[in-house]
Design a protein around this ligand. Structure first.
Ligand code: SF4
Length: 229
């Protein structure tokens, strides 16, 4: 999604870094701070603009019943993104994804993988709570892809974990067979691991083991250490 000026800026920053490394090698002081190429590309700004737009969005009927739109939490400088279905009651109140009981379970899953709570990026298919926490309608998910697609493009992780069937479907990772959990898919060349949603695990804790196996697969894909549990 990088446009011309972005590419020019990245090229300029890369050239500047090269010059500074050369200057350092010659005994100079180099540059006083690390140059953040991703920040230079305007990714953070782009995501902030999208979040502001989502806060006012009326693209689908879900805007009528929301308290706050829920854009994302975590960092966009990460190799791992989690995509859920949509905000629940607590998320709608606070404007943050996965802050209720399911969110606390997700945080424990993230910690078990060896990540900080805020070391990953977490978002949902739709940014506004559906009445009675129903599954978002296809028209709502399509309308909200206006946000999800550029979000994922901007973060550009190495792996996406789709939490629940709704997320897996909207990332086009449910094969015709209908078997979806634990089977690698792909979204725009990014590997996607679909697994059960933490809210489902709260109701059906017997499925925690297969979910942990899916997350271990994710760690292997990321070439990270796989903890034994
Ligand atoms: S769910 Fe998405 S598309 Fe619908 S109103 Fe909220 S932000 Fe807009």
């Amino acid at each position: 999604m990088a446009n011309g000026p972005d590419e020019e800026l990245v090229s300029l920053v890369a050239s500047a870094q090269e010059l500074l490394r050369w200057e350092e090698a010659l005994g100079g002081n180099g540059f006083p701070a690390v140059v953040d190429v991703r920040a230079a590309r305007g990714y953070h700004t782009r995501l902030q603009m999208l979040a502001s737009e989502a806060a006012e969005c009326t693209r689908c009927e879900l805007h009528r019943t929301r308290t706050k739109s829920v854009f994302a939490r975590g960092t966009c400088d990460t190799d791992l993104v989690f995509v859920g279905e949509g905000p629940g009651f607590h998320e709608d109140q606070q404007g943050l994804p996965f802050v209720g009981r399911a969110g606390q379970l997700l945080d424990r899953m993230i910690a078990a993988m060896g990540y900080d709570r805020d070391g990953v990026y977490i978002c949902n298919v739709v940014k506004c709570r559906a009445p009675e926490n129903r599954t978002p309608l296809p028209t709502e998910a399509i309308a909200c892809a206006h946000f999800l697609v550029p979000q994922l493009e901007a973060v550009s992780p190495k792996v996406i974990v789709a939490l629940g069937r709704c997320a897996a479907e909207n990332l086009r990772c449910v094969p015709p067979s209908g078997k979806w959990r634990g089977i690698w898919g792909e979204w725009h060349d990014i590997p996607v691991m679909p697994t059960y949603h933490p809210a489902f695990l709260l109701r059906s804790p017997q499925f925690k083991k297969p979910v942990w196996e899916d997350l271990q697969e994710v760690l292997r894909k990321l070439n990270r250490e796989v903890p034994k549990r």
